[in-house]
Design a protein around this ligand. Structure first.
Ligand SMILES: Nc1nc2c(c(=O)[nH]1)N[C@H]1C(S)=C(S)[C@@H](COP(=O)(O)O)O[C@H]1N2
Ligand SMILES: [Mo]
Length: 438
């Protein structure tokens, strides 16, 4: 198998399963050596427990007595399910990265069980919502440290459907390929989030005039286990931070946030790369310069400042930070590859466009020669993806493709071809599905 087939970031980073099969003792050390002074009484003490529990699909009551260098049978038999998730494809288990097949994203509000997982490091263990705190500091009049109860008490609690899409969604289709998780279509979701407005909290702290950028920090661990290293810390310009639709969220679809989606507290900064939406949020610092945390600099979440040819070697200084995500649509029904005896079927899905809204979705079933306008719903609230549906008619039996393309209120629509960039970001080319009419 090539690296492409396994869809992993880097062949040098083995999966949990590979690690235990090839070198059980070493794997144990890598998993448990990472938290200094961890009380290590058995296999599953330490940073690996959340991942292991997630992978076997349920709690492991006797984890304290599991021998070291031991791989659970459930993992030996399969790559394992993820607790509280349903039907996701695991692209990588260290860190955990899993996407949702398009036909499982059919709901207007993405159920938590189908919300993708994009981790850059190791999620925190034994998270206690009651003692969790968020610090707002840096260039503010009054630095604050707030509990989740404080947030609920001091600020208006709001609920919104907000689209989060990973900047690398669609990377799998880059040619030449781009390294990183080989996301196809499913690193996007629109759950209903409950929280307080980021802007309200920043205003309460008093944003100094010199502030230009935020810096977000979370409680997850760097893959190396080095407590002085952060897996990711990103930020946004203060103008974006003050948008009233950014939430500091403590609930997802009316329930506590899923552990892999940032429990107990996360940022949701919709419309911009998912990486701006810090999970396991502990601190927001305001700065008088652009943030320079891990995954802010170099080529991370950055694209060339001009169109480049596929495969072109672009100098680092020509990269700019990705801001709003581009206009895009997804066909969630029917599932690709299906067969139908009907001559007319309903095709449906969602469309979204960064900071903008969608004004038109069109569907073609003749390889783009003709297009039919879909009926399109208004968004539930700004930054919620919009539902559309259209009829596709097939004159005779045979192989068809259904293509969808959305247009934003800025008049921008989706391209046929990928605008290639070295790290495989922002693929918003049209979604195509195949239909066999029998
Ligand atoms: N603390 C922390 N926050 C994070 C990440 C992370 O690895 N650690 N990943 C980011 C990225 S790259 C994305 S796309 C989104 C994904 O959110 P989800 O896993 O809840 O779908 O979380 C972002 N927030
Ligand atoms: Mo991401």
């Amino acid at each position: 198998m090539t690296d492409h087939d396994t869809g992993r970031d880097d062949p040098a980073v083995p999966t949990l399963y590979d690690m235990y099969r090839d070198d059980p003792e070493g794997a144990d050390k890598r998993l448990f050596g990472r938290i200094p002074n961890a009380d290590r009484r058995g296999f599953l003490r330490g940073a690996g427990l959340a991942t292991m529990t997630a992978m076997v699909g349920m709690a492991i009551p006797y984890h304290r007595t599991m021998p070291s260098g031991f791989i659970p049978m459930a993992l030996a038999e399969s790559e394992g399910a993820i607790e509280g998730k349903d039907g996701l494809s695991v692209l990588n288990d260290r860190p955990m990265n899993a996407e949702t097949p398009p036909h499982l994203l059919d709901d207007a509000v993405t159920p938590t069980s189908r919300h993708f997982i994009r981790n850059n490091g190791i999620p925190p263990e034994d998270v206690d919502p009651d003692s969790w705190t968020l610090t707002i500091d840096g260039l503010v009049d009054e630095p604050m440290t707030l509990s989740i109860a404080d947030l609920k008490e001091r600020f208006e609690v709001v609920e919104e459907n907000l689209t989060i899409e990973c900047g690398g969604n669609g990377r799998a289709f880059f040619d030449p390929p781009a390294s990183g998780n080989q996301w196809t279509y499913g690193a996007v979701a629109c759950s209903r989030w409950t929280g307080v407005r980021l802007a309200d909290v920043l205003k309460a702290a008093g944003v100094k005039d010199s502030v230009v950028y935020t810096a977000h920090y979370g409680a997850d661990w760097h893959l190396s286990g080095d407590p002085d290293k952060l897996p990711i810390s990103r930020g946004v310009p203060i103008e974006k931070a003050m948008n009233p639709h950014n939430l500091i969220a403590f609930a997802q679809n009316g329930e506590p946030i899923h552990p892999m989606n940032g429990a107990p507290l996360r940022l949701v900064v919709p419309g911009w790369p998912g990486s701006c939406s810090q999970k396991w949020l502990t601190r927001i610092q305001l700065r008088d310069q652009v943030h320079d945390g891990p995954k802010m600099t170099g080529t991370s979440y950055r694209v060339p400042n001009r169109p480049v040819a596929p495969g072109e070697d672009v100098p680092k200084e020509d990269f700019v930070i990705i801001e709003a995500m581009p206009v895009k649509s997804l066909i969630t029904a029917p599932a690709t590859g299906g067969e139908t005896a009907e001559r007319t079927i309903e095709v449906r899905g969602h469309a979204w466009a960064g900071d903008d809204s969608i004004t038109k979705v069109e569907v073609s079933n003749d390889f783009g020669a003709t297009w039919r306008e879909a009926s399109l719903d208004a968004p539930e609230n700004p930054y919620a993806w919009q539902q559309w549906r259209a009829e596709a008619s097939f004159p005779q039996a045979g192989y068809y493709e259904v293509w969808a393309r959305a247009t934003s209120d800025k008049g921008i629509s989706q391209p046929h071809a990928i605008a290639w960039n070295p790290k495989g970001y922002l693929n918003n080319s049209m979604h195509r599905i195949s239909v066999r009419v029998v």
